[in-house]
Design a protein around this ligand. Structure first.
Ligand SMILES: NC(=O)c1ccc[n+]([C@@H]2O[C@H](COP(=O)([O-])OP(=O)(O)OC[C@H]3O[C@@H](n4cnc5c(N)ncnc54)[C@H](O)[C@@H]3O)[C@@H](O)[C@H]2O)c1
Length: 381
């Protein structure tokens, strides 16, 4: 079954095109409508670039799109909406489309607050709608490999997890004061109460869950504004208590000079350890206690089938971002098709609105911890 989707946002330079390319990898869905930008020319140019032939389905704003698209008969109606706008709009746009019965695939962070996130989760649940969230690192085949290894006891009982995620883009952007003034990510009204903790802190928190199955119980966080005149955090150190004696240490930064998306995950168990780096995503370092470091390569015959079946590379070739997004779209489309046709899907699970609520609670607890002399704060009530 081919699915039809519409997009809101994506007329900018960053993540919209990654969604569109990722959605096309498995050729299961078509971009049919959109409001890519509130700028008329950019909206039209983006629609043309991605081949939307019916110009009546290009809209000046999302409200017009909701109204018009909800009147389209089922045979031609959109199945789902992809939302790739700045953070402060995720809630209102998702809500408006869900209220008309559209399934959603949204960018992270899910919303500005836990309350908004929970309302979205409730609306999705009450209306039987899918709500996918673009925590795309969970789509990497080697992350599935780690999950399978942990579930099969290959590294024993987990005792410590470390994520470091340094980027330098903000330090570079701040060099030009006038440019920095145009960045929505520095405006708390648009980005939310946290920048780096919500942006790549939620990615880190979700990546640990995707790789290990662990959910944070408490956090102790120190959020830094570097430079100090920022209105939001740009660097954060977060100690996470996962219970059962398992501690996580997360460092995220967007002012780390010399680093560009240098995400690294390490998981230690009592029988071994695994280490994965985004910059070399098709490789996994595995060390069994007392043994030498070994390097597993993507799609190799010795990997678990769950990892191999979402690998698109030839064995030993690197994995990439489009493939990770593609895996999320494949999972979302398979589950949505199964729901529409009424059969049980057989697929790995994409991050959902509940993961987004968890991310919002994680950020809220970090902000509370930071504001109260870095005390322990429970993530869940
Ligand atoms: N999953 C990831 O790895 C990842 C990576 C980058 C960004 N993101 C997330 O994606 C979202 C967008 O980030 P970006 O970097 O692409 O931003 P961007 O500023 O490059 O693009 C945003 C686009 O949305 C459009 N837009 C804004 N408000 C709109 C509205 N009301 N209606 C229609 N279009 C509107 C803008 O014109 C622009 O084209 C953010 O929430 C961000 O956190 C996720």
């Amino acid at each position: 079954m081919r699915l039809r989707f519409g997009m809101v946002g994506g007329g900018g330079g960053d993540i919209g095109h990654v969604h569109i390319r990722g959605s096309r990898l498995d050729d299961m869905c078509d971009l049919t409508a959109g409001c890519f930008s509130r700028n008329k020319n950019r909206n039209a140019e983006t629609a043309k670039k991605w081949g939307i032939e019916d110009t009546s389905r290009i809209y000046p704003d999302y409200k017009t799109m909701v109204e018009a698209e909800s009147k389209i008969p089922p045979d031609d109606r959109l199945h789902f909406i992809v939302i790739v706008t700045p953070n402060n709009t995720h809630y209102e746009i998702s809500k408006a489309f869900m209220e008309k019965g559209f399934h959603i695939f949204c960018e992270k962070p899910l919303a500005m607050t836990v309350e908004e996130g929970e309302e979205l989760a409730r609306i999705a649940k009450e209306n039987g709608l899918l709500f996918g969230l673009a925590h795309a690192f969970s789509g990497y085949a080697m992350i599935r490999q780690i999950r399978e290894m942990i579930e099969n006891g290959d590294i024993g009982n987990i005792n410590f997890i470390n994520i470091e995620y340094p980027e330098e883009w903000l330090a570079l952007a701040l060099q030009d004061e006038n440019y920095a003034k145009t960045l929505w990510r520095l405006d708390p009204d648009i980005v939310g109460p946290a920048l780096t903790t919500a942006d790549i802190g939620t990615h880190s928190e979700h990546l640990i869950k995707a790789a290990t199955g662990l959910v944070p119980k408490r956090v102790m966080a120190k959020l830094d504004r570097i430079p100090s005149n920022l209105k939001v955090d740009s660097n954060a150190c977060i100690i996470v208590d996962y219970g059962k004696g398992i501690t996580g240490l997360i460092w995220v930064s967007q002012v780390a000079i010399g680093h560009g998306c240098d995400l690294k995950l390490r998981v230690f168990g009592d029988k071994g350890a695994v280490e994965w780096e985004l910059q070399d995503a098709g490789k996994l370092k595995v060390t069994k206690l007392g043994g030498p470091p070994m390097y597993y390569s993507a799609n190799s015959p010795y990997l678990y089938p769950e990892s191999r079946r979402i690998s698109r590379t030839n064995p030993s070739n690197p994995e990439g971002q489009f493939e990770a997004f593609g895996n999320l779209y494949r999972s979302f489309c398979e589950i949505l098709s199964a729901k529409i046709k009424g059969y049980e899907p057989d697929t790995f699970v994409y991050p959902t609105v509940e993961d987004g609520v968890e991310g919002m609670k994680f950020v809220k607890a970090c902000l509370q911890s930071d504001a109260n002399n870095n005390i322990w704060v429970n993530v869940f009530d």
